[in-house]
Design a protein around this ligand. Structure first.
Ligand code: 1CP
Length: 347
């Protein structure tokens, strides 16, 4: 079986592989000069995400330098609302800007029937990366992904990132019917989207719930755990055993309930999570992924090495995938990533 030769799939399947497999959130991106060159050639960010040749190339770039065990599809969590027809652009230095959805009329303009057609180039990227890995990196597994409904809804309602998504969180209390409709639409379209990525060649799937930590415990159960569980059940009808990773960022102790109730096999730990606490409290049949501070990677040197070693020490003996606690930031020196890879490979 192919699984047997891919350390990432073995770890996500519940095996305590050591030294652990690794990949890094935002491993393709602006810290790499070759990414910046290709990005300039593509023009804007959406053009890059919908150009299968360039997006596949960008996905493979970090592997050529560092030999990660996982490749993550180069795309963005906001490509799903874009595919439903919500206006989206990425302003230089400002992040994403969308036409906010704050009422039933704006909601009714979303067109989920268009998703299949609009995501076709992204699925082609998946197929190209998978073929590229077979050629260039046969032990590296391809991870497909989507945003979790709550996190994607945050951007859809707010129209931008960078704040605390007050409009979205308020709508969840003030108009739970409309917010619930948006979440259900996202659950259904995210199942279709992730199943399509698996059909195109993704070998594991990850759900990014980057803003789950903004929710109260009751709202976390309702808008993060329940929709994630619905997505897991939907995917499992088509792919009963594909590894699934959930990342409820800044969930704190609610990470345990998320691990117990969503059905994902592996949970991501953010930078603020103590890996020793997670090892002691997350059920031992659930894998862990994370959680080096991206700023330690910018700093490099002894601080990076010490921090990486303490994560490794906490995770020894568990099914574990080494990663950061959040995405690589643009000022990261590429040689620090190489230094980190050496520390992880020693185990
Ligand atoms: O200028 C550029 O090149 C665009 C920067 C960029 C990149 C490289 C954006 C805009 N998205 C991406 C790629 C991306 N985004 C990937 C590709 C694979 C990889 O990891 O290498 C993935 C998985 C994402 C996921 C994503 N996008 C998340 C979830 C993870 C996280 O960071 O919390 C979120 C919240 C987004 C939204 C988004 N897209 C881009 C930006 C700058 C943001 C954040 C905006 C904000 O601050 O709210």
């Amino acid at each position: 079986m192919e699984n047997a030769s891919k350390p990432l799939l073995r770890a996500l399947g519940g095996e305590a592989v050591w030294p652990p497999p690794f990949w890094l959130m935002r491993q393709a991106g602006r810290y790499l000069p070759e990414y910046r060159a290709l990005r300039a050639q593509a023009g804007d960010f959406i053009s890059l995400c919908t150009n299968p040749e360039l997006a596949a190339e960008v996905t493979l770039q970090p592997l050529r330098r560092y030999g990660m065990d996982g490749a993550i599809l180069f795309s963005d969590i906001l490509m799903l609302p874009w595919a439903m027809g919500q206006g989206l652009r990425y302003a230089e230095g400002e992040g994403p800007l969308l036409e906010p959805i704050r009422d039933a009329e704006a909601f009714s303009r979303l067109n989920p029937e268009k998703v299949r057609e609009n995501i076709a180039p992204i699925l082609e990227t998946v197929a190209r990366v998978r073929a590229g890995l077979a050629q260039e990196a046969p032990k590296t597994a391809l991870i497909g992904f989507a945003g979790s409904p709550f996190t994607v809804a945050c951007y859809m309602v707010e129209g931008k990132g960078g704040g605390d998504f007050a409009h979205a969180r308020r709508m969840a209390y003030a108009d739970p019917q409309l917010f619930g409709k948006l979440i259900r639409l996202l659950v259904d379209s995210t199942v279709d989207y992730l199943v399509a990525q698996a059909e195109a060649g993704a070998e594991a799937l990850m759900l990014f719930d980057s803003w789950a930590g903004l929710l109260s415990p009751a709202q976390f159960r309702r808008w993060s755990i329940e929709p994630t569980n619905a997505i897991v059940r939907g995917i499992r009808k088509h792919f009963p055993t594909i590894p699934l990773i959930g990342f409820p960022r800044l969930a704190g102790p609610l990470l345990v309930e998320y691990a117990q109730r969503t059905g994902v096999g592996t949970v991501g730990m953010d930078t603020a999570m103590d890996p020793r606490w997670a090892a002691a409290n997350v059920p031992s049949n659930i894998g862990l992924q994370g959680n080096l501070d991206p700023q330690a990677l910018v700093a490099g040197g002894m601080a990076l090495e010490a921090e990486a070693r303490s994560v490794l020490a906490a995770m020894r003996g568990r099914p574990f995938v080494f990663n950061l606690g959040h995405g690589i930031v643009p000022p990261t020196p590429p040689e620090h990533v190489a230094a980190l890879a050496r520390v992880i490979r020693i185990g």
